[in-house]
Design a protein around this ligand. Sequence first.
Ligand code: AP5
Length: 207
Amino acid sequence: MRNVVLLGPPGAGKGTIAVRVAEELNLFHLSTGDVLREEVARGTELGKEARGFMDRGELVPDEVVLAMVRERVRGRGGVLLDGFPRTLAQADGLAKFLPVHVVVYLAVGKDEVVRRLGSRRVCASCGAVYNLVTQRPRTPGRCDRCGGELRQRPDDAPEVVAHRYEVYERESRPLIEHYARQGLLVSVDAARPPEAVVADVIRVLRS
Ligand code: AP5
């Protein structure tokens, strides 16, 4: 089974799209952001190490994230990576333990992602993602799936979002060229409703 990387700026919709695509195509969805947030919530050593970086909108060190991913994908195929790799060093490290077959770049502009992150809410219990403008919960403040409380992520504060975007431009944008040179990159217009983006990504991965 093919391994897929989902690339894009903060708020491009990587998590939203990945959950639906993974379910439809029976892929193993691995979001490094979700794994790190779980580690922080459980108060593990990894979580304690990662927390400061995440709260400031900085990247967690490459070697920490690489070890975390390597352990979770061992022996697997059909992996959908969301939020990883995020640096050229991570991409080089990944290539040593998992072949990448397709890279889908979710293309969307800065103004739109800043708007999306300002109105994102996440379930404190199950992690489901909502948006106060585009994907509202049925009951305000409550998760449709489990009834959990919806909260704003600490790193969605406007000043942290601005910094995350700068970090993306500096560290992650070069991956677009990196994977394009390898002939692996497919760009999808992500400035459309999630259903349209999901349909396009599925079409790309089935072709
Ligand atoms: P992570 O959680 O990966 O953050 P991110 O990459 O900044 O991405 P987001 O989760 O903010 O956005 P998304 O693209 O998934 O969008 P979403 O679907 O939620 O990482 C967090 C932190 O962990 C990092 O800052 C770093 O510290 C650390 N980290 C993680 N991976 C790392 C790595 N590899 N190396 C080092 N450190 C790492 O959608 C956003 C909002 O928009 C939602 O409200 C959603 O409902 C809405 N929305 C989604 N799609 C659409 C659409 N098509 N139209 C309208 N609204 C939409």
